[in-house]
Design a binder for this molecule. Structure first.
Ligand code: HSE
Length: 429
């Protein structure tokens, strides 16, 4: 049996503790699968005294996280610190610069600095792996970069944030409003105390930009992801969607084509017979369409101790076997620039929800804005008072260019008839 792979672990939160437990619990099996052992030899975290439910006494404790990059006897550094910059990025640069492998679950850092880190890994001839950064325990990076590597993939989309999916599916099953469900999720520890990145779609946008690169062979372009979260979704939207045969889901969609690279995270209406409609709670799911394999569907837990540790250790097993290739499934020089596609050119159906004053002429004003922008209305529902005041008007449009819908909404902007901003949800066809 070869020498074990020696691992340094930066960050001992839920996932770090999970990695230690998994390596311990499945030690013999992992050794058989990898052909060698995988040993944690050094750890670093903020608080040395905290009880993490795992025995840390056999590992070297390193106070300065960056020092793991040069710690003697380490082959690979696992980064579970988080944050797009700061200590995580310093550690990544130092580790790769020191010609050591690097495994990370840090989607924010990859979204902002992935190309630089992939170039550094390539220059050093060492692995950069990040299965845990997208959809937690779901092996979607591996699925795309290896299993579907023979295919041209034109479209990849999915539910990439478990917090939002938990909130939306709880709103759906219990008929409650966003703020109430968010507060409960926070109290139960399902949502972060600062949930901004999750509920504003930023976390999903980070993940989508990574997926798009791996799927299409384009340079990561996080700045080009249009992101809108779920704050504006109210219980009445979910009820209207249900009446129309849809579920509301926060969906990240990426497409590559002659028109450029399109990346968007928005709340969508998903037809009830689509697999994404049945993804509930904190699960994640990704659909990829390959030109030979057809539609692939990956689903599973997107976060949590066990699932995320499972993805991290899968990367370590690949490294232990010597089975790793370029971070984005092709050398950095082969990645192409995907110019940002103009969403106005896209065609689709839209769900538009207005909360309006209950007064004469409001419907006529909305209909006139639609008419003037060339938006054709397929159906329109008006309901009585909604929580927060006003009455609800929900419109589903016929298929048409998104530019026209944007123009109609622009015409209505600032109208005194509207109570708050309208909500535009795309219909996933
Ligand atoms: N905060 C993420 C989510 C999990 O709610 O899905 C980690 O990526």
């Amino acid at each position: 049996m070869s020498e074990p792979l020696r691992v340094a672990l930066a960050g001992l939160g839920t996932v770090g503790g999970g990695v230690i437990k998994l390596l311990e619990a499945n030690r013999a099996l992992i050794e058989r699968r990898a052909g060698r052992g995988i040993e944690v030899v050094a750890v670093s975290a903020r608080d040395r005294t905290k009880d993490r439910g795992v025995d840390l006494s056999r590992f070297a404790w390193v106070d300065d996280t960056t020092a793991l990059a040069t710690q003697e006897g380490v082959d690979v550094v696992v980064e579970l610190v988080g944050g797009s910059d700061g200590p995580a990025l310093t550690l990544a640069r130092a580790t790769l610069g020191n010609r050591r492998g690097f495994v990370t679950a840090n989607k924010a850092m990859l979204a902002h600095h992935g190309l630089e880190l992939a170039s550094a890994a390539e220059a050093a001839g060492v692995p950069l792996k990040f299965e845990a950064a997208v959809a937690g325990g779901v092996p979607v990076i591996k699925g795309l970069r290896e299993g579907a590597a023979a295919n041209e993939i034109a479209r990849v989309y999915g539910i990439l944030n478990g917090t939002c999916n938990f909130i939306l599916s709880t709103m759906e099953s219990e008929g409650r409003d966003f703020a109430e469900v968010l507060a409960e999720a926070q109290a139960l520890g399902f949502a972060e105390s600062d949930p901004t990145f999750d509920i504003d779609g930023i976390d999903a946008a980070h993940k989508l930009s990574i997926l798009a690169s791996v799927a299409f062979g384009t340079r990561p372009a996080f700045a080009d992801v249009a992101a809108l979260g779920i704050r504006q979704v109210i219980a009445a939207d979910i009820a209207e969607a249900a009446a129309l045969g849809y579920k509301v889901r926060l969906v990240g969609v990426a497409e590559a084509g002659p028109y450029g690279l399109f990346q968007r995270v928005h709340p969508h209406l998903v037809p009830i017979d689509h697999p994404l409609a049945h993804v509930t709670g904190s699960l994640n799911a990704v659909v990829a369409e390959g030109n030979f394999v057809g539609r692939l569907f990956f689903q599973g837990p997107g976060a949590g101790e066990g699932p995320t540790a499972s993805a991290v250790v899968a990367d370590l097993i690949d490294i232990a076997r010597g089975e790793y290739g370029p971070a984005y499934a092709m050398p950095v020089a082969a990645l192409i620039d995907g110019a940002r596609a103009d969403s106005g050119e896209r065609r689709g159906r839209a769900y538009l929800r207005f909360t309006v004053e209950d007064k004469v002429g409001v419907l006529a004003e909305i209909a006139a804005a639609m008419r003037d922008a060339g938006v054709s209305i397929e159906s329109l529902i008006q309901r009585g008072a909604v929580s927060g005041g006003g009455v609800l008007v929900a419109i589903v449009t016929h298929e048409g260019p998104e530019r026209s819908v944007a123009q109609a909404l622009e015409k209505l902007r600032g109208s005194p008839s509207l109570v708050g901003a309208p909500l535009w949800m795309h219909i996933l066809e």
